[in-house]
Design a protein around this ligand. Structure first.
Ligand SMILES: Nc1ncnc2c1ncn2[C@@H]1O[C@H](COP(=O)(O)OP(=O)(O)OP(=O)(O)O)[C@@H](O)[C@H]1O
Length: 261
């Protein structure tokens, strides 16, 4: 469904260019929850921006349903870590969720129905008329997720979406994502720093190396769904998988050449 082929991204710099991603290749199956983990600065955000068509690739290609991605596809929705910047503070929660649907040309009646059901789904039915600044961080991130759900994308792209919320909210949002994905069959491409989160959520985890980033290993996560924060994380297989992924990342960080001062 989504194919990244020999992708390279080089940013122009005064000293001639910095290659953040190089020789990156993988594919994502329809309905899959595919997570990318890797050390800080590895190029994960760069990769997501190129896949979602927000940035151009320097070489190689990103293909979605057989078409080369050259701008943000209408079938994608993106949720970023920084919910405060992704929501519009001067309009209500309901309007924030509705806006992309207006741009998509969806009728007023259907928009109202989708907004109400998405906010219900994330537990914010009572906050429709509030402004984002009146909500907690976790609630604002729920609004960003509701906006993505209401849009009904084929592919949901999430860049460390739960990194700025407390541990309990994070666990709740992870489970919300799993439930939505179970109900809708949406394909999810997820980036995280958190190894436990990657193993808990995914069908497959791609470990990426430091810049210029490329795939180090793709790990299958054959843990059964539905997953459960306590039961799944108590499984010996969970511990084995998390230790493996964590170990690979650790090795990469410890064998990396120190950056010049
Ligand atoms: N616009 C830019 N111009 C030049 N270099 C950039 C630009 N954006 C990112 N980089 C560099 O590319 C590399 C990868 O950055 P990126 O933000 O993609 O990494 P990341 O894996 O998402 O990092 P983190 O996990 O810390 O969020 C970094 O070394 C960064 O400094």
């Amino acid at each position: 469904m989504l194919i990244v082929s020999d992708m390279e991204k080089t940013y122009p710099t005064k000293s001639g260019g910095f290659t953040a991603v190089s020789g990156m290749s993988f594919h994502i199956e329809e309905g899959e929850l595919f997570t990318i983990v890797g050390p800080s600065g590895a190029g994960k955000t760069t990769l997501l921006r190129c896949i979602s068509g927000l940035d151009d690739v320097t070489a190689g290609s990103v293909t979605f349903n057989g078409q080369q991605v050259s701008g943000p596809p209408r079938e994608f929705a993106v949720v970023f870590q920084d919910y405060a910047r992704s929501l519009m503070p001067w309009i209500t929660v309901a309007k924030n969720v509705e806006l992309p649907l207006m741009k998509k040309g969806i009728s007023a009646a259907e928009r109202a129905q989708r907004v109400a059901s998405a906010l219900e789904e994330v537990g914010l039915a009572d906050a429709m008329e509030k402004k984002p600044f009146q909500l907690s961080g976790g609630m604002q991130q729920r609004v960003a997720i509701a906006r993505a759900i209401a849009y009904r994308p084929q592919v949901l792209i999430m860049d460390e979406p739960f990194a700025s919320v407390d541990a309990q909210t994070r666990a709740d949002l992870e489970d919300l994502l799993l439930r939505i994905r179970e109900e809708t069959g949406t394909t999810v491409l997820f980036v995280t720093h958190d190894v436990d989160e990657s193993v808990y959520l995914s069908n497959r985890v791609a470990i990426v190396s430091r810049s210029p980033s490329r795939i180090d290993e793709i790990v299958d996560i054959p843990l059964p769904y539905p997953r459960d924060q306590i039961r799944t994380k108590s499984l010996p297989e969970f511990a084995t998988l998390r230790t493996h992924v964590f170990g690979r990342i650790r090795e990469m960080v410890s064998t990396a050449t120190p950056m010049a001062a």
